[in-house]
Design a protein around this ligand. Structure first.
Ligand SMILES: Cc1cc2nc3c(=O)[nH]c(=O)nc-3n(C[C@H](O)[C@H](O)[C@H](O)COP(=O)(O)OP(=O)(O)OC[C@H]3O[C@@H](n4cnc5c(N)ncnc54)[C@H](O)[C@@H]3O)c2cc1C
Length: 582
């Protein structure tokens, strides 16, 4: 079946939904999502969304937010895009308030704001209250507010449609081909513009805070269309994931006074960050924890340490950290009022993604040449506002703000974008993928291959990396790709065939994991979320560059370090890009 709309958006998280609100007011827009829209991972965000509203920290300014973001990115963020983001943040949040988003309030009735790691006043002098929040359900309320606005503006939702391929010809995005999860069968959607808001790729790792749907499908489809992906080696590991499941224990737990203990029952952060202790930046805490675990000082020598919040007392835990109290009980079997919670670093946020400029147009080379009719925003994109490491609360902002910018740009571009012709072979790639997957009758199980991929990515391409580990992991990914050809899909039906769809997702995971490993291997430095044991220092001379990775027809990865970082704007004397701050 063929569907025609002015604009096709893949993804109903904050990025896709926000763009749809903008476009729905003047054009015919369709949003496809493989999960029900309000189940997108955006809804799991707890902490908040950053904007220098100065409701609580009265002297806050966008310049401080910009400085923090550039510094947090370990100088790899493009400063033109960062400047746009921090300048437009207040109006983006206030617009959500005007649409009815129930933010928590100050006593005077303004949007309440709280502290978050790395956000400061006066260029690093003191902590800023910059994160706008709604209890610990910020993502949930933002997503629901946007969904209401989408309905108001007549956005067409295609829920539980899983996109399998991007139709991209002669530098132009034409549409996508999707599988109807409920009824089975392929549907083609084409339009004058296509936007991807497909979210992050944390599911490539065994321990992750990400939802099951975050399998980086959009990235693999872009790679298969012959386009590059950018900075894929940068994955943020959040220090406090529940042991085994990786479910997030919010940074707020440490903010409220929770502390970390190793197997010797010692607050080991005093060895790594004696001043900031547990409130050191996320990547520093994650690396400290991993070092303790690797050197045998985990609890009982195992791969976890403790976060202890029991001294805060039952009343405070109930009031301030109700969600994590419940999560610890349900998923780790411990009552945080009485005992410490077992935790380990968890893959949390994907800094890399589809290269795009600040107007969300997808670009395809080091000169930032633009594709036509193709846009990306939110976590799947690499614009790049987070560079090598993202600050907490900057990604809900990114998704909202660049969703908004993408929407505005698309509306403007529709004035000259005509409906493209569907090429004769528009459905071939998806048909071939479904037929190939359904016919699979081999000996390998998708679940086994996925577990092997996730386990080895965690071990050899995780918090710490080294040449030996990465070369081993490159071979592993190649081996898994070979074995993937020989998997068996048991369910041969059409309705809710999760067996087939998960096998297809596994193909995506394997595909883009190759880019993560290759980037990590060739980036011989440590920066932000990427820590090489054999190259522990940042190397600005060689690597103050974005990575672009293409898959060649022979399956090998081609990488360049030719894309310059945009450095501009910050004139504060304390700002010195050559100096590592952490
Ligand atoms: C547990 C957790 C807590 C977080 N807390 C915070 C926080 O407090 N503050 C903050 O700033 N950030 C936080 N983040 C990060 C932030 O939530 C995300 O970066 C952001 O919400 C991503 O939004 P998005 O619109 O890009 O993608 P998502 O919300 O992930 O949505 C992706 C969409 O793409 C769709 N999709 C994907 N593939 C396909 C396909 N093949 N076919 C059809 N549809 C597809 C999905 O169905 C979904 O609708 C948190 C993340 C996690 C995991």
């Amino acid at each position: 079946m063929i569907h025609r709309h002015d604009v096709i958006i893949v993804g109903a998280g904050l990025a896709g939904s926000r763009a749809a609100v903008e476009i729905g007011q003047t054009a015919n827009v369709a949003v496809l999502s493989k999960v029900y829209p309000s189940r997108s991972h955006s809804g799991a965000a707890q902490g908040g969304v950053a904007a220098s509203l100065a409701n609580e920290s009265k002297t806050d300014r966008w310049e401080y937010h910009m400085y923090d973001t550039v510094k947090g990115s370990d100088y790899l963020g493009d400063q033109d895009a960062i400047e746009l983001m921090v300048r437009e943040a207040p109006e983006t949040v206030i617009e959500m308030e005007h649409w009815g988003c129930p933010f928590s309030r100050t006593p005077e009735g303004l949007i309440a704001q709280r502290k978050f790691g790395g956000h400061t006043l006066d260029y690093g002098k003191e902590a800023a209250l910059r994160s706008c929040y709604s209890y610990d359900y910020t993502g949930h309320v933002l997503l629901h507010t946007l969904h209401e606005q989408c309905l108001k503006h007549g956005v067409h939702f295609y829920s539980e449609f899983q996109v399998l391929s991007l139709i991209f010809r002669d530098n132009r995005a034409i549409g996508v081909v999707a599988w109807d999860i409920v009824n089975g069968g392929l549907h083609t959607f084409y339009g004058r513009a296509v936007m991807f808001g497909t979210g992050g790729y944390g599911r490539a790792f065994k321990i992750t805070s990400n939802a099951h749907a975050n399998t980086g499908d959009g990235l693999s489809q872009v790679i298969r269309a012959g386009l590059p992906v950018q900075d894929m080696e940068f994955v943020q590991f959040h220090p406090t994931g529940l042991w085994k499941s990786g479910i997030l224990v919010t940074e707020g737990a440490r903010g409220e006074g929770g502390y970390l203990l190793n197997g010797e029952k010692r607050r080991f952060m005093e060895d790594y960050a004696p001043t900031l202790m547990e409130l050191a930046p996320r990547d520093v805490v994650a690396r400290s924890m991993q070092t303790e675990i690797d050197e045998g000082r985990g609890i009982d020598g195992k791969n976890y340490v403790f976060i202890d919040v029991s001294h805060l007392g039952e009343a405070k835990l109930k009031e301030r950290l109700p969600q994590i109290t419940e999560l610890a009980m349900n998923f780790a079997g411990v009552d945080p009022v009485k005992e410490p919670i077992p935790i380990q670093p968890t893959a949390h946020y994907s800094m890399g993604g589809i290269p795009a400029n600040a107007n969300c147009r997808v670009t395809y080379d080091a000169k930032r040449s633009e594709t036509v009719g193709f846009y990306a925003g939110g976590e799947c994109s690499c614009i790049s506002v987070h560079g090598a490491n993202r600050l907490g609360t900057n990604s809900l902002l990114e998704a909202l703000l660049f969703g908004r910018r993408a929407g505005k740009q698309i509306v403007e571009d529709l004035s000259h974008l005509e409906f493209p012709e569907l090429p004769a072979d528009y459905e071939d790639a998806a048909t071939e993928e479904v037929e190939r997957t359904m016919a699979k009758d081999g000996e390998e199980k998708a679940a086994t291959l996925r577990a092997e991929l996730q386990e080895t990515m965690m071990m050899d391409c995780g918090v710490f990396r080294s040449r030996g580990q990465l070369e081993k992991q490159r071979d592993k990914v190649e081996e898994l790709e070979e074995r993937y050809k020989n998997i068996r899909v048991e369910d041969k039906g059409t309705r809710f065939n999760t067996d087939m769809l998960e096998a297809i997702e596994l193909g995506h995971l394997i595909e883009f994991s190759g880019a993560i490993v290759e980037g990590a291997l060739q980036r011989e430095e440590s920066r932000g979320g990427h820590a090489r044991k054999d190259f522990p220092k940042r190397d600005d001379v060689k690597f103050l560059k974005h990575t672009l990775a293409w898959r060649e027809p022979n399956g090998k990865w081609k990488l360049t370090f030719e894309k310059d970082v945009v450095l501009k704007g910050i004139t504060h004397p304390g700002f010195e890009p050559k100096e590592r701050v952490y």
